[in-house]
Design a protein around this ligand. Structure first.
Ligand code: C2E
Ligand code: CA
Ligand code: CA
Length: 404
């Protein structure tokens, strides 16, 4: 039997790798030509002649490349460069002008001295081929630069964890949390994991992220335990993590150093990830279980799953994908699938967890179906560690917990 549903966020176009071109030029024909060529090269394009209002556009559109005309009515390109430098803009900058080549060079030098990422000039009239070549080279660089940024981000404390409580439906209490990583990019602001985890997986940074997440969550867990708050902490593992045969030793070492038992940690693996490379998976996953970690099969139902492997690999829980849970109250098929997965978990001796619970009616239905645990915005959004004790104790504005 195979279960298949559309995967949401992780297969959406990756904004971080986005190629966004802003053209600041008052010549509509020039703008039009560039727009056409750039769209053909896979760029999103905004053309503006508004040199006064461009800063606002830069903030909302977040261009990865800016082509700037040095001659603008009411202002000039040098003033624009000054404003971009004041905002510590990191886009690749290209200056264009029909002016003397020496003026272009002087503008490049000035931008460079102000710390801008000056990448080239486009003399007017421009050769469309030069533009295409330039844009193609920028597309490559964008990813590498972000990988460097991410490596810095890990080293310089730009990662943080949010924790989303998991409700034990039987007890009506929060007994666990899922740790969700965030990256505070110094220029781009908060970047969600769906955008940078795929990059980390491609560039081998994922091991460093996982080490950081497990270490941080284990220390946090020890701090909660010191306050008599016993919570199972769930961590997301990437498929790439499982490829490392030393993973069980690495993770148990982190737990030991933090002074917590691996049995208070659940490792969540996505279903597609969990089902690849069966023998190596089985080796690493079995040793993780031997060391005491619990294993959860995440986003269950959203990829292809072989139920035989599900039975063979040593999972402790099944996490039902939110694409079935969130709409289950108005979509009968989703409700049927959720019920089938809860029953499947029960029959295999696994715990069932429903994520994406966004209203009380869904929670009530899950409880009636015998679901073990629930997680979702209705119960709590992911929050900073310091808010967890109040949620666990039910203080303040704690959300509605269970059916009466
Ligand atoms: P996930 O493991 O499926 O995590 C659940 C995601 O759904 C989280 O998004 C969470 O904020 C969101 N969510 C929770 N409740 C609800 C709800 O009721 N409705 C809706 N619409 N969404 C809800 P987030 O934090 O953006 O994480 C996205 C994905 O990034 C995670 O999906 C996980 O696959 C990955 N991720 C997060 N942290 C890590 C990490 O430390 N390591 C790795 N490898 N992946 C991570
Ligand atoms: Ca997860
Ligand atoms: Ca999930």
């Amino acid at each position: 039997m195979m279960l298949l549903a559309e995967k949401k966020t992780s297969q959406m176009p990756n904004e971080l790798f986005g190629n966004r071109l802003l053209v600041i030029d008052d010549d509509p024909l020039f703008g039009e030509v560039i727009e056409k060529a750039a769209k053909g090269s896979g760029f999103e394009v905004v053309v503006t002649a508004d040199a006064a209002g461009f800063a606002k556009i830069v903030r909302s559109f977040r261009p990865t490349v800016i082509i700037l005309d040095l001659h603008m009515p009411g202002t000039d390109g040098i003033q624009v460069l000054r404003t971009l430098a004041a905002d510590r803009n990191r886009a690749k900058l290209v200056v264009s002008s029909g002016a003397d080549g020496r003026i272009l060079e002087a503008a490049m030098r000035l931008g460079h001295d102000r710390g801008l990422n000056m990448c080239g000039t486009l003399p007017k009239p421009m050769r469309i081929e030069s533009l295409r070549e330039m844009l193609a080279s920028f597309r490559q660089v964008s990813k590498e630069l972000f990988a460097i940024d991410l490596a810095d981000g890990i080293s310089y404390g730009q990662l943080s964890l949010k924790y989303q409580p998991k409700l034990d439906c039987g007890l009506g209490q929060f007994t666990g949390v899922e740790a969700l990583v965030r990256w505070h990019h110094p220029v781009e602001g908060m970047i969600p994991p769906d955008e940078f985890i795929p990059l980390a997986e491609e560039t081998d940074l994922i091991n460093r992220i996982t080490d950081w997440v497990v270490t941080t969550a284990a220390r946090q867990s020890a701090l909660w335990q010191a306050e008599n708050i016993d919570l199972d902490v769930a961590i997301n593992l990437s498929t790439k993590d499982i490829e490392d045969l030393d993973l069980p030793e690495r993770l148990s070492q982190h737990c030991q150093e933090a002074g917590i038992d691996p049995s208070s940690m659940t490792l969540e693996l996505t279903e597609t990830g969990a089902m690849r490379e069966a023998i190596q998976m089985a080796d690493v996953l079995t040793r993780l279980r031997l060391k005491g970690f619990r294993l959860s099969i995440d986003d269950f139902g959203s990829g292809y799953s072989s139920l035989v492997q599900l039975q063979r690999l040593p999972f402790s829980e099944i996490k039902i994908d939110q694409s079935f849970v969130t709409p289950m109250n108005w979509n009968g098929n989703c409700r049927t699938i959720v019920k089938a997965i809860i029953d499947l978990a029960k029959n295999l001796g696994l715990k069932s967890v429903a994520e994406g619970v966004e209203d009380q009616a869904t929670l009530d239905a899950l409880i009636a179906m015998g679901c073990d645990m629930a997680q979702g915005y209705h119960l709590s959004r992911p929050v900073a560690a310091e808010h967890i004790p109040a949620l666990v104790h039910g203080d303040g504005n704690a959300p509605v917990r269970t059916a009466a």
